[in-house]
Design a protein around this ligand. Structure first.
Ligand SMILES: C[S@@+](CC[C@H](N)C(=O)[O-])C[C@H]1O[C@@H](n2cnc3c(N)ncnc32)[C@H](O)[C@@H]1O
Length: 256
């Protein structure tokens, strides 16, 4: 499969060229290779889970970790000098998804300084075979740095996301699929999902960042809506570093 395709090539090359090093204690020890391969293998049959089948406990929630270390470290991230508010876990996950999905469109709700949009656009230009576009939406676009606005794949839009219908429907209709939608604005997340999910097609992804770790009524109802809309949780991403060790617990969602 796509995510682990390099591992088979490594295995074949090592077997052919350095069989002695594949034995226990060798520099290319087979047991070590098997261990890595098992962790990274995303082909397991229960990869996609219904929201109603998932518990809400996460093993670590990055934003609520020790304020003097992890949280500050995560919030203090920059990319090419601009603020980028993603946890180290999520920074390691998005490139894998972009590589696997090969999105033609990334929609980011919540631009902040534009650092995350710039990072997504750079990832897209390196990891995707066909060129795509990144559209980032925020109300306070005057905070977006000019270095981000110069990226050829990246466009910023000033929109009040408290009402999903403020989004330009003509733009949404023309954007090519697959899509990766990242809701990092935290306003009306489920009405926004309800609106945008109508534009998504099978295989598209919708990630909801920073939703509460513990389910309240709004979250339970919201995830019921997500399930009824035909989305499944991709546990390859939610659980890559331990159950829900991500800023989007239970919310790396794939449209069936
Ligand atoms: C957490 S920040 C986004 C962080 C950014 N995506 C990153 O990873 O660096 C949330 C953003 O949502 C924007 N936002 C909040 N309410 C909004 C609204 N009603 N309409 C549009 N944008 C809004 C804020 O201006 C802020 O830039």
């Amino acid at each position: 499969m796509k995510l682990a395709s390099g591992y088979k090539d490594f295995w074949d090359a090592a077997q052919k060229n350095y069989p002695d090093q594949m034995r226990p204690g060798g520099l290319l020890d087979q047991a070590m290779f098997d261990g890595i391969n098992n962790v990274l293998n995303a082909d397991h049959s229960d990869r996609f889970a219904k929201p109603s089948d998932r518990a809400w406990m996460s093993s670590i929630y990055p934003w609520s970790a020790d304020k003097r270390s992890t949280k500050v470290g995560a919030l203090a991230k920059t990319y090419r000098g601009l603020i980028l508010l993603k946890t180290p876990f999520d920074l390691a996950l998005y490139p894998r998804l972009i590589w696997e999905l090969q999105p033609r469109t990334i929609l980011e709700l919540g631009s902040y300084q534009g650092g995350s949009g710039l990072w997504l656009a750079d990832n897209m230009s390196v990891l995707c075979e066909n060129s795509g576009e990144v559209h980032s939406f925020d109300l306070y676009t005057k905070c977006v740095h000019e270095n981000a606005t110069k990226h050829p794949l990246l466009t910023f839009h000033q929109v009040d996301l408290s009402d999903a219908s403020n989004l330009d429907e003509n733009l949404l209709m023309r954007l090519p699929h697959p899509w990766l939608v990242i809701d990092d604005a935290h306003v009306q997340i489920f009405s926004m999902f309800s609106y945008l999910s109508n534009f998504l097609v099978s295989g598209d992804y919708y990630v909801i960042e920073d939703n509460p770790v513990f389910a309240n009524r709004e979250i339970i109802d919201g995830f019921q809506l997500i399930e009824q809309s035909g989305f499944l949780i991709d546990t390859y991403y939610t659980d890559a570093f331990g159950i829900n060790v991500t800023c989007a617990p239970n919310a790396w969602l794939r449209k069936s």
